[in-house]
Design a binder for this molecule. Structure first.
Ligand code: CP
Ligand code: NVA
Length: 297
């Protein structure tokens, strides 16, 4: 992979188009090599801290497996078990972890915590989901779409639902890759991000010509208090058969997971033949291995 000077992955804006393309190329290489039983040991003898202040299935396991497959040792740290939860500053946490590990990935309920950690770490910091961003997810999303369509240039990706962390990262990295990312949300749930190709309130207008319809939960981590209202407001934004009929004939469906079939996506679409969701989940592993190589090599 071309050497690109990048310290952290916090919002995705640390990448540029060339580096993003190179990262996705490398992810594809690592995926093929793994299928052929060929390993790469770029983290041999090194450790990576994986800090989770919030629940995770995919991000945690794909990072843990990815670090191990690259020859490194993953160290999973739960927020509640760390002194962070008793008031130790993110800066001091970063200073000490940096003395031992090659990189720190962190999932936090606060973007400020991740920014403070990155400011004070002397090793790369990876955002493993915050309220505002989920860049690791977007890397796997783009890898999956590139696998399906060959190129991301001009692809119409339509995100339907809450203008949240997943939507923002898809817009930032999708636009960087040359895709047209459209977000369809109800009033009060808009992303309000200039990098979106368009923000519409009508999901059916947004879906016209879509190569991908993308769904995420209506109630993100931290939004639980308003869950009933959210479910009412977002109900017309379900990714379902009718919406898919408005999209391109070749359109696929993506969902970052975890899913609530019958809410933001129908079971028919999630498990159907137009779903690329399970490849998308698998690709978290390959994309994050490429990311770790880029940041730690
Ligand atoms: N998509 C995603 O980040 O899943 P987890 O919350 O299970 O990590
Ligand atoms: N938007 C969701 C994504 C979960 C992977 C959340 O933040 O909970």
């Amino acid at each position: 992979m071309r050497r690109f000077l990048m310290r952290h992955l916090i919002s995705g804006e640390e990448l540029d188009r060339g580096a993003l393309e190179a990262l996705l190329d490398r992810a594809v290489e690592l995926k093929s090599a793994r299928a052929a039983g060929i390993g790469h040991r770029s983290l041999q003898g090194r450790s990576v801290a994986l800090v989770f202040e919030r629940p995770s299935t995919r991000t945690r396991v794909s990072f843990e497996v990815g670090v191990a497959e690259l020859g490194g040792t993953p160290i999973v740290l739960r927020g509640k078990e760390m002194q962070l939860s008793r008031g130790e500053s993110p800066g001091d946490t970063a200073r000490v972890l940096s003395r031992w590990v090659a990189a720190i990935a962190i999932r936090s309920g606060s973007d400020r915590v991740v920014e403070e950690l990155a400011k004070n770490a002397t090793v790369p910091v990876i955002n493993a989901l915050t309220p505002a961003h989920h860049p690791c997810q977007a890397l796997a999303d783009l890898m999956t779409l590139r696998e399906r369509f060959g190129s991301l240039q001009g692809l119409r990706i339509v995100y339907v639902g809450d203008g949240n962390n997943v939507a923002r990262s898809l817009v930032i990295l999708g636009a960087m890759a040359g895709a047209e990312v459209v977000v369809a949300s109800p009033v009060g749930y808009e992303l309000n991000d200039d990098r979106a190709a368009a923000e519409l309130s009508d999901p059916f207008k947004a879906a016209v010509g879509a190569d991908c319809l993308y769904a995420d939960v209506w109630v993100s981590m931290g939004d639980e208090e308003t869950s009933e209202q959210r479910r009412r407001d977002l109900r017309p934004y379900q990714v379902n058969r009718e919406l898919l009929a408005a999209a391109s004939d070749r359109a696929v469906v993506l969902h970052c997971l975890p899913a609530h079939p019958g809410e933001e996506i129908t079971a028919e679409l999630l498990y159907g033949e137009r779903s690329a969701v399970w490849d998308q989940a698998e690709n978290r592993l390959h994309a994050q291995k490429a990311l770790l190589e880029l940041l730690c090599a």
